[in-house]
Write a protein that binds this ligand. Structure first.
Ligand SMILES: Cc1cc2nc3c(=O)[nH]c(=O)nc-3n(C[C@H](O)[C@H](O)[C@H](O)COP(=O)(O)O)c2cc1C
Length: 208
């Protein structure tokens, strides 16, 4: 498992003053890399008084406002966000010796934006969203398959499937974004962008 990491590092003079542009170029690198699977997969961690929990979700949009993913508003993660909107997102691009960690605050996106994205999903995924009461207990796999078939029958073919009321997006507005690049002798590069009180990005280098 131990190996020497990259020769190419993060040099302050090459880096943009704000992190979204850098993130986009790293995401594009990951998407273009054949070894990286699901380049837009990110580990979303939440924390409540019961403790932390983590799960993978897919990044579906990125603007200056933040990182958007879609899920079930009745799920465990949604309950955790309602309790404490402070979350972390982690992109594990191990094959590229890279990691990005985002700390920020999650909030629901508009119904209109959720509906616009839902409309682009494959029909089977749309029906799946209706069939799954995400994070609740099932008696069997059959119960889920049966519910899928029920909703399949409910929505006539070629009809528009409405967005389930319990389904939608969140946007995570970043407070800090850290870029980690593996380097030789475990002298890895860590560049963290942090928002100051005026919402401007400040950049600093951290010990590896
Ligand atoms: C590669 C991958 C991508 C996933 N993408 C999503 C996603 O975009 N939205 C989602 O709700 N769950 C997604 N999941 C499933 C979640 O990891 C998780 O099982 C589910 O959302 C329930 O989490 P919760 O009970 O903590 O709310 C994905 C899982 C994997 C492995």
């Amino acid at each position: 498992m131990r190996r020497q990491y990259g020769e190419v590092g993060l040099v302050e003079s090459d880096l943009p003053a704000e992190p979204i542009a850098l993130f986009n170029s790293w995401l594009a690198d990951a998407a273009a890399n054949e070894i990286v699977v699901e380049a837009n997969a990110m580990v979303l961690s939440t924390v409540t008084s019961d403790g932390p929990s983590s799960r993978t979700v897919l990044l579906k949009d990125l603007t200056q406002e933040g990182f958007t993913f879609f899920t079930n508003y009745g799920s465990n993660k949604a309950k955790a966000i309602a309790d404490n909107s402070n979350v972390s997102l982690l992109f594990p691009w191990y094959a590229m010796e890279r990691q990005v960690i985002i700390l920020g605050s999650a909030k629901k996106i508009s119904r209109k934006d959720s509906e616009a994205y839902f409309a682009t999903r494959p029909r089977t995924s749309q029906i799946g969203a209706w069939a799954s009461e995400q994070s609740t207990q099932l008696s069997s796999r059959d119960e889920l398959e049966k519910k899928f078939k029920e909703f399949e029958a409910k929505f006539p073919e070629n009809s528009t499937i409405p967005t389930p009321p319990t389904w939608g997006g969140y946007v995570v507005n970043p407070k800090s974004i850290e870029f980690w690049q593996g380097r030789y002798s475990r002298l890895h590069d860590r560049i963290q962008y942090v928002r100051d009180e005026s919402s401007n990005w400040q950049r600093r280098r951290l010990n590896p």
